[in-house]
Design a protein around this ligand. Structure first.
Ligand code: ARG
Length: 693
């Protein structure tokens, strides 16, 4: 028996499942047997005393989870970092554990208030004492890790837990003697798994399957070559045996009902120690956010983003705007396990209007382009919002704002512009990293009626009233733009023709409501086929029936226009005499047709060089104040990508997925309506005529 080794346990005299703070406790409230628990606890206690010295802390009534001494704190030599429980249900245990440690003469370290840390349940020393594995994600916060590094003078490796069943690190991760590791990889995120793999040799990784994991096989007490567990499968027992470990199973099912087993019921008081330089693995930065943080749900979005991005946060300051028109302010400290993670999270926050505090402001970091059409890898990816970069102490607004570009700075003229990757040239100075970049978001909160009725629709067919409201709004805007000489652009797919909307779109063009039309090969072919034959892809639009051999109409149409030279020439030669494209030519409304791999023909007007097509679209979109996207996913998303914030976008599609997709692509400023596009156009024309000039 190794007398040097000591553990702390707490008898289950007051043990109960009294509340639910982890998934194991669900359905188990008051369902555990005290007697059985006593028996099982004794089994573990006896086993452990045969291998090590076990000290006891007096159980306190009213604190049923106190048996789980692993959560008392984290001990190294004479130091203990006390736990600060995440859930109030367990916070009352803190003073009992504290006084035990104090009586034993430990140096008690306390984390700042509000930084959750659940002791050895979430922090496990490598058995060789080389570093500390620390978990976060459910109970302990990432912010506690730098403190652990400092108090215990250890290297801390942060692991993010992602499966709620394995809410404490010790439920799915157990370092064993001789550098072995028993663990359940799916409980961790990708980055954490890579970190584990980088530190533990494949031969030393004992991976357990779900069947073992849910029996708390990883919640093991490892004393020398003995591994004490609740239960393991024969396969795992054999694997452990082959690695030189003797498995001792002792049933702890009563404690599983509270989400704990062998390891949770013990706290190791003696840890191996190596002298290594402290190394804090986490990095942190502060950001500030101003705006309608609560009423626009920005705050929740930001928090979600930080957590999904693998970082964590602390709210350092929060001033809530009290009246509806008031904005709120918050300062957040973001902590991440690596610089890369921190930067990727910060970039996303900057996209949402976050700024680094003034005193931390630096000029944007510039790196030169070394290869034509290739930006430095660390380049800042632009979004749709007006973006400013800090050059020589001055904030400069980037020109040509669009998403998915890079920002090129000319230090001489102190100017900046958004550039597509393919357009960067050797020697260009590109903005990299996160410093000296801020995006401007509209300060004003949208007006009530717009917010509620005109706001983006996530899914489902829009209600009749909603369609009507969107039609009213769009008509109002189109009319205003026409009066003021503004610019409205329509992006349309062939469905406009199939649904009988061609006639109405033609009317809009004829009457001067549309200043440019963007589409692909198909809409033009279908529109012209309809003008020639009354069919669209061979379907008679009046009667809705398939015409015998009608598909040939489609190809004959293409052929005819090819013969004329172009759509314009077909109109000028008197061949084409009605339809959307006829009206465009007549009214001098420019159009651009972007090709694709599936195009028939194509028409002579269809641009098959996509780089050219993108440039042409961008040219026609310049200065647009409103864009109507009618049943065309591909072209609409393309347009969304080119469009800066502030342009009103309305997306009409019968498929909710398309409407949502446009929002997901970052074109968040669009309004979606899920309805038949032919119907929408007919209502729109009716409303415009109703409004009159
Ligand atoms: N019911 C306790 C809780 O949810 C169980 C703690 C288990 N302890 C552990 N180290 N995993 O906090």
């Amino acid at each position: 028996m190794s007398t040097a080794l000591r553990y702390l346990m707490c008898a289950p005299s007051h043990y109960e499942v009294d509340y639910v703070i982890n998934p194991w406790m669900e359905g188990n409230v008051h369902r555990s047997s005290r007697e059985q628990a006593e028996r099982q606890w004794q089994g573990l206690y006896q086993l452990l005393t045969s291998l090590a010295q076990v000290q006891l802390v007096e159980p306190a009534p009213g604190w049923p989870d106190m048996v789980f001494t692993a959560n008392a704190g984290l001990v190294l030599d004479r130091n203990v970092v006390l736990s600060r429980f995440f859930h109030p249900e367990r916070q009352g245990e803190e003073p009992y554990f504290r006084s035990w440690f104090e009586k034993q003469g430990y140096v008690v370290c306390e984390l700042p208030e509000k930084i959750a840390f659940e002791g050895a349940g979430d922090a496990l020393f490598d058995r060789e004492g080389r570093w500390l594995w620390a978990g976060y994600g459910f109970r302990s916060s990432l912010e506690s890790h730098p403190y652990l590094a400092k108090y215990l003078d250890s290297e801390v490796l942060s692991l993010r837990l992602v499966d709620g069943r394995f809410y404490h690190l010790d439920t799915c991760f157990c370092p064993l003697a001789d550098g072995y590791l028993l663990y359940y990889p799916p409980a961790f995120d990708e980055i954490s798994n890579r970190l584990i793999e980088s530190r533990v040799h494949p031969d030393k990784r004992i991976v357990v399957g779900e069947a073992d994991a849910v029996n708390f096989a990883c919640n093991a007490v490892n004393v020398g070559r003995t591994v004490i567990v609740n239960q393991v499968t024969a396969g795992l027992a054999a694997r452990l045996d082959s690695c030189g470990f003797a498995v001792r199973q002792t049933p702890l099912t009563e404690f599983l009902k509270a989400g704990g087993a062998a390891k949770c019921l013990t706290l190791r008081l003696t840890e191996p120690r190596t002298v290594e330089l402290p190394q804090v693995q986490t990095t942190a930065r502060t950001v500030e956010l101003r705006g309608h943080l609560l009423d626009s749900a920005l705050m929740t979005e930001v928090i979600d983003l930080i957590q999904k991005g693998g970082a964590s946060f602390q709210i350092e300051d929060f001033k809530v705007g009290l009246r509806r028109q008031d904005t709120s302010y918050t300062r957040l400290r973001i902590t991440a396990p690596s610089t890369d993670t921190l930067e990727s999270v910060l970039t996303q926050l900057i996209d949402r209007g976050a700024a680094l505090p003034e005193q931390a402001e630096r000029d944007a970091e510039l790196q030169p382009v070394n290869q034509q059409g290739v930006a430095p890898q660390d380049f800042y990816v632009t979004n749709i919002y007006p973006t400013e970069v800090r050059i020589a102490g001055q904030w400069v607004l980037a020109a040509n704002q669009r998403m998915d570009g890079a920002i090129v700075v000319d230090p001489e003229t102190a100017s900046a512009r958004c550039v597509l990757l393919r357009d960067v040239r050797v020697g260009d100075q590109v903005v990299c990293g996160v410093d000296g970049i801020r995006t401007r978001h509209q300060k004003a909160r949208p007006d009530r009626s717009e917010r509620e009725e005109f706001a983006f629709m996530a899914s489902g067919v829009s209600s009749e009233r909603r369609v009507e409201l969107v039609v009213e709004q769009v008509a109002w805007q189109l009319r205003r733009l026409r009066q003021q000489g503004g610019k409205a652009v329509v992006v349309a797919g062939p469905v406009v023709i199939h649904t009988g909307g061609g006639l109405h779109l033609a009317t809009l063009i004829r009457e001067g409501y549309v200043q440019a039309l963007l589409g692909g090969n198909a809409i033009a072919v279908h529109d012209i086929e309809q003008a020639f034959h009354g069919t669209s892809l061979g379907v008679d639009l009046q009667r809705g029936v398939v015409i015998q051999g009608g598909h040939r109409h489609h190809l004959k149409t293409i052929n005819l226009i090819r013969g004329c030279g172009s759509i314009r020439q077909a109109v000028e030669q008197g061949v084409l005499r009605s339809g959307i494209f006829y009206e465009c030519v007549r009214a001098g409304v420019p159009f651009s047709l972007a090709g694709s791999i599936r195009d028939d023909g194509p028409l002579p007007d269809t641009e098959m060089d996509l780089i050219e097509a993108q440039a042409d679209y961008a040219r026609l979109l310049k200065g647009a104040e409103m864009i109507l996207m009618l049943s065309s996913m591909l072209h609409s998303i393309g347009v969304g990508n080119m469009t800066p914030a502030g342009v009103k976008m309305v997306c009409v599609d019968i498929n909710p997925a398309v409407v949502t997709k446009l929002a997901d692509r970052g074109s968040v400023e669009s309004t979606g309506v899920v309805t038949d596009v032919g119907l929408f156009l007919s209502l729109l024309v009716r409303q415009l005529h109703y409004l009159g000039n």
